[in-house]
Write a protein that binds this ligand. Sequence first.
Ligand SMILES: Cc1cc2nc3c(=O)[nH]c(=O)nc-3n(C[C@H](O)[C@H](O)[C@H](O)COP(=O)(O)OP(=O)(O)OC[C@H]3O[C@@H](n4cnc5c(N)ncnc54)[C@H](O)[C@@H]3O)c2cc1C
Length: 476
Amino acid sequence: MRILNPIPANDPSQLSWWQLDIAPARADMRPPLSGEVSFDVAIVGGGFTGLWTAITLKQRAPRLRIAIIEAFRCGDGASSRNGGNVHGYWGALPTLVPLFGPDKAVEAAELGTLAQKRLRDFARAPGRDVWWVEEGYLRVATSETQMAKRDAFLKLARDLGVPDSVRALDRRELAEMCGSLRFLGGLFFKEGATVHPARLADALRREALDLGVEIFENTPVQKIEKGPTVRIRCSTGSVVARDVVLANYTGTMGLSSVAAATTLFSSFPVMSAPNEVALERMNYKVARGLADLRMFTHYFRRTRDGRILMGSGSGPIALGAAHEAPELRIDARSCARAESGLKRFFPGMAEAGIAARWGWPIEVASDRLPFFGTVSGTRIHFGSGYSGHGVNATCIAGECLASLVLNEKDRWYNSPFCQRERVRFPPEPLRYIGGTMIRNAIVKCEDAEDAGQPQPLLARGIAEIPRVMGMRIGMR
Ligand SMILES: Cc1cc2nc3c(=O)[nH]c(=O)nc-3n(C[C@H](O)[C@H](O)[C@H](O)COP(=O)(O)OP(=O)(O)OC[C@H]3O[C@@H](n4cnc5c(N)ncnc54)[C@H](O)[C@@H]3O)c2cc1C
């Protein structure tokens, strides 16, 4: 079975600020795989997905022998390179309701709440310092179109009977929480936190080891052979296992069923230097996460040591499953976009300088929701499609993938995260060409809205295509 090469995660010039911040911890590595070994469950990839799955399996079935096989060090992929905004699915109701109907939509959001509680309990346990700050999550409107989105959202929450999940914020209230002059109004979700993602990954790694999970690092998987048991081949040895979990993030694009309904985008954050004085001036006192209400969002958060991370989700798209493509990690235009977002929203912060810039791919599902499943006729399970929203969702992944491995037909197994049909994308190169055109058109329309100008007519027409095709991705 095809397994994609891992994305090179060890180039020192491409590390995230979070990884640089935990440099001493990252020096501690587990030895690579050597010879032939056998386990009940082998997990390919030691990011949040692989680690939560191993931990959940150990908690549900302590006697299971579990191995994680990681190409670099656990956490070195997307899990240590994200914005660290942690929220479930209450903010995704406009996506969930048309797909599943009101009851299942609310049920999916409630599963996100369970995951959030699990994350909170983990993060707050004694001896862990993962910078967990749980003060809600804001979506802010920076144009009249985004204000209309905000109002439609509030109506939907009322109609669904969950008005308590969200509250409207006017300009004045926003200014008291985070005083950017750009914000016209917003939404406050009480379910929301920020975390230091690299510290969280490291704490999960330690927990997995403490629970008796075997971890092989510096061990890229090269090949997977199906059979009554599954054999995982690496250059230094092989693992035989009854169940295999593919937790290799964008690497799951090697599975045709995943690739048919998923596409690769990229996201680029910048981390400012600390500037407590500027933050104080803007009333940005709490390390709360925010994102604007664009389709290609600016997402941001402050850190407890007085910085702002600003990310832009409008980086280049990949052709097919080319998750290793360098432009998904190195793209001066996307970094500049994130930096100009920082300047626009928080002028004082940009003056303090930029401490780090980086980029990484994100795998976006056609309905923008994660999916967990089993490759037909095998005991090989996979998780994919976090769509740039994976800190909470990978905790859901741990539950769903554990249920698939243990064949437990529980609420996770029966949830839309494991049981749904996904709209397929057109084949390549149409997907790449169409996706790039649509992305560019949407960015143009959203830039025009932010500048208070009319949307360019052609771009507006192109931006409507996903809606006509029944996709949630690329819909505004
Ligand atoms: C720039 C950016 C910003 C983001 N911001 C947010 C945010 O603010 N909030 C949020 O909720 N989500 C965010 N996300 C999404 C989130 O980071 C991901 O959804 C999540 O980390 C996915 O975890 P994972 O374990 O599936 O992937 P990863 O952490 O990438 O783990 C996969 C692991 O598999 C390993 N691997 C791959 N191939 C092989 C192989 N062949 N053999 C062995 N090992 C292999 C990799 O080395 C890697 O360690 C962001 C993502 C990016 C890129």
